[in-house]
Design a protein around this ligand. Structure first.
Ligand SMILES: Cc1cc2nc3c(=O)[nH]c(=O)nc-3n(C[C@H](O)[C@H](O)[C@H](O)COP(=O)(O)OP(=O)(O)OC[C@H]3O[C@@H](n4cnc5c(N)ncnc54)[C@H](O)[C@@H]3O)c2cc1C
Length: 512
């Protein structure tokens, strides 16, 4: 069960995990599947932090190759393959992407892009990921490029490279699914539970619903609080950088069938990504701006970042884009480890290593920080290995590389499912469970539960109800901003609030 608050929490466990972003959820699953008793908590909700503000990609690690970090690139490609083929085929898909060669891209830059995509394909091969999962890149003529992206500016277009990477259905859904899988293996997963202080053998927790403070003893404590990691462990220094995305309706860039890397005019090898989403929106990102100072609960994009992204996209496509085309914007903070030297400090944050780090504090708290959504499984494995070694705990080996997440099945099986396509995309073979348990909890008909909650918003009452009964959602924000992502467009969110309130009212009995 995933439960808000700390009612009936155990007073002693093997492992306490602090933070339920992708990293903490992954640690909880890793530890639980090694046979350990686990308490995993978040001060707010599942995926409250950086994990819901990503580009929602499963990266193959190409950009690390470009900076010579071959090990990180290979690890990323391996983990991408595990997610797409084994643990989460239901939550991932192959994303075609093109880099147009227009007048702002020199012949040399085009050659570098071609070489980069071929190197990315080598990474795929070295990770053992089949071309059925991620096809090989190829050159496109200008006509072919315009078929896939009809509103690209055609003047000066010489052609394009077509490549493939992984795309997530939704980052917060991945976190929720990992947390639900951990709970199914026995982890106690609690939201609205803030850790006030931690040592290697205990945490002091506050129930954010009641204000009650309690202490839980543990054999190991893992700090997976991302950009907040330094608040719990003094020895950890972070230097966050902000990444902003815009949300546009798909009509803003008509007919787009692929992601487009829009070159930033006047810069070499820098792009803004235009990423089509399955719900009729496009994300446009992203920026990389140092974000010093206190860490906010919810980072805000600046008008300058919004203007920059809009200008780059407008330069690549024919339809004029205006500020009014931006129906949403979101920003996340990358939990980058602070680097030691002044020389390194003066560099752009984009160049700081994205590799994850496992750090054990003097009191024995194991902090896992850095990395990315794509590599969460490996990060969790490393953190649990360090925690077990540090505390002298005997446990089974890591099992997560071959352990399907809740709802996972092969792509063939998923393609043959006859359930509601949106539920299949978000819950895989658990689509049936979502619907039958929503019928059971509410007594409503399947038709009513599967209808879009309002015109133009594809979210269903079934998934909102399931969010409460099976995924620990406690309020409207949990349902609209994390169990579903309608909150990324504020105008749509306002329209969906009554449906979320209805789901909460219908399940009031299940929540007490
Ligand atoms: C703009 C942007 C785009 C990105 N795009 C991608 C991408 O496309 N693909 C990819 O693989 N990676 C991407 N990343 C990287 C990835 O999103 C992050 O590395 C990852 O989400 C970090 O997850 P986390 O669990 O470590 O931290 P978080 O998700 O921030 O989780 C930390 C959690 O700890 C909780 N917490 C904090 N303090 C306490 C406390 N005292 N007690 C209890 N709980 C606490 C918070 O509420 C929060 O939920 C992107 C990052 C950014 C910023």
């Amino acid at each position: 069960m995933i439960t808000p608050g700390l009612k009936d929490v155990p007073t002693e466990v093997d492992v306490v995990v602090v933070g339920l972003g992708i990293t903490g959820a992954g640690v909880a699953l890793d530890a639980a599947t090694r046979g350990l008793s686990v308490l995993a908590v978040d001060a707010h909700d599942l995926a409250f932090g950086t994990s819901r503000w990503s580009s929602k990609l499963v990266h193959g690690g190409l950009r690390y190759l470009a900076t010579g970090q071959v090990g990180v690139a290979h690890e990323s490609a391996l983990e991408r393959g595990i997610l797409m083929d084994v643990t989460a085929p239901h939550l991932t898909r192959a994303m075609p992407m093109i880099v147009p060669f227009n007048s702002s891209v020199s012949g040399m830059q085009a050659a570098i892009t071609r070489g980069g995509m071929l190197a990315g394909d080598l990474l795929r091969r070295s990770a053992g990921t089949s071309p059925d999962t991620l096809p090989k890149p190829r050159h496109l003529s200008a006509t072919e490029a315009l078929t896939l992206a009809p509103s690209l500016r055609s003047a000066g277009l010489r052609g394009a490279m077509l490549g493939w990477d992984g795309q997530l259905e939704d980052d917060a859904r991945l976190v929720t699914t990992v947390a639900r899988t951990a709970a199914a293996y026995g982890a106690q997963v609690r939201t609205r539970a803030r850790v006030l202080s931690a040592t290697g053998t205990s945490v002091e927790l506050r129930d954010e619903l009641t204000g009650a403070v309690t202490t839980v003893a543990a054999r190991a404590v893992v700090n997976a609080t991302g950009v907040w990691a330094g608040d719990l462990v003094d020895e950890v220094g972070l230097r966050p950088s902000r990444g902003t995305h815009l949300v546009l309706r798909e009509s803003a860039v008509p007919g787009l069938q692929v992601a487009v890397f829009a070159p930033v005019p006047g810069e070499t090898n820098r792009f803004v990504l235009v990423l089509p989403q399955p719900d009729g929106t496009l994300y446009v990102g992203l920026t990389d701006v140092p974000a010093d100072g206190p860490v906010p609960d919810v980072p805000e994009p600046t008008e300058q970042e919004i203007g920059f992204l809009l200008d780059v996209v407008a330069a690549a496509f024919t339809r004029p884009l205006h500020r009014s085309d931006v129906v949403g914007a979101f920003a996340g903070l990358r939990p980058l480890l602070d680097v030691a030297t002044e020389d390194e400090r003066s560099e752009e944050t984009a160049d700081i290593s994205r590799k994850h780090a496992v750090l054990t504090s003097a009191s024995g708290v194991v902090t896992i920080v850095g990395g990315k959504l794509t590599t969460y499984r490996r990060m969790a494995e490393d953190a649990v290995d360090a925690a077990l070694a540090g505390a002298g705990i005997e446990a089974g080996p890591c099992r997560t590389a071959s352990l399907p997440l809740a709802g996972a099945a092969s792509r063939d099986v998923l393609a043959g499912l006859e359930q509601d396509p949106r539920l299949v995309r978000r819950f895989g073979i658990d689509a049936d469970l979502v619907l039958t348990s929503a019928v059971e909890a509410t007594g409503l008909s399947e038709d009513e539960l599967l209808a879009p909650v309002t015109d133009g918003i594809p979210v269903t009452l079934a998934e909102l109800v399931f969010g409460v009964t099976h995924e620990g959602a406690h309020d409207v924000g949990d349902l609209l901003d994390r169990r579903t992502r309608v909150g990324l467009v504020p105008a749509d969110r306002a329209l969906a609030v009554p449906a979320a309130e209805r789901a909460l009212a219908l399940t009031a009995g299940a929540r007490t």
